[in-house]
Write a protein that binds this ligand. Structure first.
Ligand code: APR
Length: 242
């Protein structure tokens, strides 16, 4: 890092790549989820209206991927939790992931822009419920009683990601923007780096990923390698002013 971040706000955008070494598949790598499932059929709002059963079956299967006995936070999640503990200023993790591995590692200031596992929501009364229950098309909403209207509390293609106002406000005051383990192919997250470059000229931007993402040229600094190696090393530099 070759810029003084002072004690300013750090925003870290994370994607599926940070959880890969914890045993959760990414979406767009060769062995990723979207090579095995058609996202149009399981992860769009249109799919939900067309064939709820198929969407819910995919989600129920997903629950087992996130909750496997061996799924644990890795050194990259732990390094970001350390950053939050030790950095004198604000640290916000904005994750596209629905897994809870940042929280598992000890991060407290985490914003799940694509929703999160362990919560479901009723399409009729909009109540959000903490639950890991498997859903089917007959399940009744415990709040309003609607049948077959409970869905995972995740953001599908065609829906607006969550808490965007808070995210843009944090980007506008950040001094360091880090992007970790994301292919940069899904907006609005993929546009955050451009937002920071245009609106916050003092901020430093860095990409940490296995390989160059779609928007890699927009980052002032780029570091490539497995998240469990490059993230702890980078955080060490940030914390020691290296
Ligand atoms: N360490 C670091 N990066 C890695 C690792 C690793 N061990 N393994 C893979 N990666 C990188 C890949 O090179 C790729 O660039 O992680 C990135 C994962 O990209 P995607 O699979 O596209 O995941 P993501 O960017 O999080 O997807 C965004 O797309 O389908 C939606 O809603 C879903 O939130 C998701 C969104």
């Amino acid at each position: 890092m070759h810029q003084d971040v002072g004690q300013g706000c750090i925003v870290v955008l994370t994607g599926a790549g940070i959880s890969k070494e914890s045993g959760i598949d990414t979406f767009r790598d060769e062995d990723g989820l979207w090579s095995k499932f058609d996202l149009e059929e399981v992860a769009t709002i249109e799919a939900w209206h067309r064939d709820k059963r198929k969407v819910l079956d995919f989600y129920n299967q997903g629950l087992t991927w996130f909750q496997g006995a061996n799924i644990r936070p890795n050194a990259a999640h732990e390094a970001l939790a350390r950053l939050e503990r030790e950095w004198p200023g604000e640290v916000l993790v904005v994750t596209q992931n629905i897994d809870l591995l940042h929280e598992g590692a000890g991060s407290k200031n985490v914003l799940h822009m694509h929703g999160q596992a362990g919560k479901i929501r009723c399409m009729v009364c909009e109540t959000i419920i903490d639950s890991d229950m498997r859903l089917d098309v007959e399940t009744l909403c415990p709040h309003c009683g609607a049948r077959g209207q409970l869905r995972p509390h995740v953001v599908w293609f065609g829906e607006m990601p969550l808490r965007m106002d808070e995210i843009y406000a944090a980007l506008d005051r950040c001094r360091l923007f880090m992007s970790v383990g994301t292919s940069g192919m899904v907006y609005p997250a993929a546009g955050f780096v451009q937002h920071v470059r245009q609106r916050v000229p003092r901020a430093h931007t860095v990409e940490l990923n296995l390989e160059p993402s779609d928007g890699h040229s927009l980052f002032q600094e780029r570091i490539y390698g497995p998240a469990t190696e490059v993230v702890p090393a980078y955080i060490e530099k940030v914390l020691t002013g290296g």
